[in-house]
Design a protein around this ligand. Structure first.
Ligand code: NDP
Length: 294
């Protein structure tokens, strides 16, 4: 049996359309959601991501701007800009595009962003809130994956879930969200002794490894839900230059019950959830101000 495909591109579009009304309402109340994206250096992939983030905001009526610094800029200049944006009431979300140049202390920069404007959800305060089961901002990629489970009608309660990867951006917050949703979660990584043992008994596999076509069909339990977070560019062979995920899609298609493609799966959901986080930040601020007026 061929797996059902969870179409991230279609879901992202559906969600973005639904955001327009919320943005309109907020704008009418004087709270047009605003996102600033800070880019340091000229990494080509980062430039594309930043452009997509800003354009994604503008397309649904939000305010968005990018601030670009030379790769050699002094870290203090960026910290001063973040402090200025933290105090700017028209800005609800601040994002620093990673990776930063080597002379930067990434943690220090991320912690400088006000926890109320940390739409990436990387600030320690927001990581803590998520692990306590009361998140303020959920990191965009795992947030998008949760929306895909919802779309695929995947009931996570009591399910055996295996997350491959333990990064702060994807693996760890993903595991937290699955725990909070009632799944029994195993997190695997490069030191895991017998990966196949874990994946073969999983009802749900989330792959965030960064290795092209890493997950094969024989690593899966038939009927498993397979979420492919990976974005890799193939270096060789007839498909060189093309994007592929961490899952060998063709090999898994007839084993999995549901699967996400690459491209067109988790990727489009990530920026969509960044928009969601910025709108949620503006809604929270509007609610606080409305409460203060009463
Ligand atoms: P990282 O490199 O930070 O983490 C990769 C993880 O995979 C690590 O925890 C590593 O283990 C683990 N790993 C590596 N090799 C193995 C192995 N042989 N067996 C088991 N685990 C292994 O990557 P990210 O989490 O940032 O990203 C993962 C993938 O997701 C990448 O392809 C990235 O491009 C993509 N991505 C996609 C996004 C989207 O919008 N769709 C957003 C963010 C990322 P260890 O910790 O032990 O080193």
């Amino acid at each position: 049996m061929t797996a059902q495909i969870i179409d991230g591109k279609a879901l992202a579009e559906e969600l973005r359309q639904s955001f327009k009304a919320r943005v309109e309402t907020l704008t009418a109340q004087g709270h047009q959601p605003g996102l600033v994206v800070i880019l340091v250096g000229e990494d080509p992939a980062s430039q594309v991501y930043v452009k997509n983030k800003v354009n994604g905001c503008l397309a649904i009526g939000m305010h968005s701007e990018k601030i670009v610094y030379d790769k050699d800029v002094d870290q203090q200049v960026v910290l001063d800009k973040i402090a200025e944006l933290n105090a700017d009431p028209s800005i609800h979300g601040i994002l620093v595009q990673l990776p930063l140049p080597r002379h930067f202390d990434e943690e220090k920069v991320l912690e400088a962003i006000s926890a109320e404007k940390d739409v990436d959800g990387f600030h320690a305060e927001n990581v803590g809130a998520l692990s306590q089961g009361a998140p303020r901002f959920i990191p965009c990629t795992p947030y998008g994956v949760m929306k895909m489970f919802e779309k695929g009608n995947v009931d996570l309660t009591g399910q055996e879930a295996v997350v491959i990867g333990r990064s702060n951006i994807v693996g760890k917050p993903m595991a937290m969200l699955l725990i909070n949703a009632g799944a029994t979660v195993t997190v695997c990584h490069s030191k895991t002794r017998d990966l196949n043992f874990h994946t073969r008994r999983a009802d749900i596999v989330v792959a965030a490894v960064g290795k092209p076509k890493f997950v094969k069909g024989d690593m899966l339990k038939p009927g498993a839900v397979v979420i492919d977070v990976g974005i890799n560019r193939l270096q060789e062979g007839p498909d060189a230059g093309k994007l592929c995920g961490d899952v060998d899609y063709e090999d898994c298609l007839n084993v999995a019950g549901q699967i996400t493609p690459v491209p067109g799966g988790v990727g489009p959901m990530t920026i969509t959830m960044l928009l969601a986080n910025t709108i949620e930040a503006a809604e929270r601020k509007a609610a606080v101000e409305a409460g203060a007026r009463k």
